[in-house]
Design a protein around this ligand. Structure first.
Ligand SMILES: [Mn+2]
Length: 199
């Protein structure tokens, strides 16, 4: 089987009017042995303190083995951030050889797939660093020509899949920027990661 093409893009922007310009929403992309590891992180609140915890989470996720078990990666993040301000995050890994998607999410990041199958992947409740359950990994197979989107609560969760079909077109980075520009709330930082899987 020919490997799938997996590419991705990130877009974030701070709360409109935030004097510091700091953004507590952060995305991360890393290559793995067979594909891509990605994270969407939302530091609690907004401004410099939210950015600091998101940065700490990002730095940690840049240092872990991106091919390690996903629940162990999440556990290590919980340990790293324990007792701090806290964040919510969704982690995923896509295997380009077979389309396998592994997902581990704690707290309010919306993750959805679009394409042949459109569905929302429900994360566990919690705040990383504060109150968080034992991480659980969910798996599904991503079909060719589908998209995975992970976005913070700075983007409305009340969007019909039919309103997002354009995410299947164009470059993921441009699609991510359009999602933030179109559906970003004026009351919070906004950010998303868009992952495209093609035949
Ligand atoms: Mn937020």
């Amino acid at each position: 089987m020919t490997p799938l093409l997996v590419d991705a893009g990130i877009a974030t922007r701070p709360l409109p009017g935030e004097a510091s310009g700091a953004c507590g929403d952060m995305g991360l992309l890393r290559p793995t042995a067979n594909g891509l590891f990605a994270a969407m992180i939302d530091g609690l609140g907004h401004g410099v303190l939210a950015q600091a915890v998101a940065r700490e989470a990002c730095d940690h996720l840049n240092q872990v083995d991106p091919d390690a078990a996903m629940d162990l990666i999440m556990l290590s993040l919980q340990k790293k951030l324990r007792g701090g301000r806290g964040c919510v995050a969704a982690l995923c890994r896509v295997n380009a050889a077979d389309g396998l998607l592994e997902f581990c999410g704690l707290g309010d990041i919306v993750t959805r797939t679009l394409g042949a199958t459109s569905k929302i992947i429900v994360p566990q409740d919690g705040i990383i660093g504060q109150v968080a359950p034992k991480p659980r990994v969910q798996q599904q197979v991503m079909a060719a020509d589908s998209v995975l989107v992970m976005h913070s609560d700075g983007i409305s969760s009340r969007i019909y899949s039919s309103e997002l079909e354009w995410l299947l077109q164009g470059e993921p980075k441009a699609a991510a920027e359009r999602l933030v520009a179109t559906f970003g709330r004026d009351s919070d930082d906004a950010g998303c990661v868009v992952i495209r899987v093609r035949a």
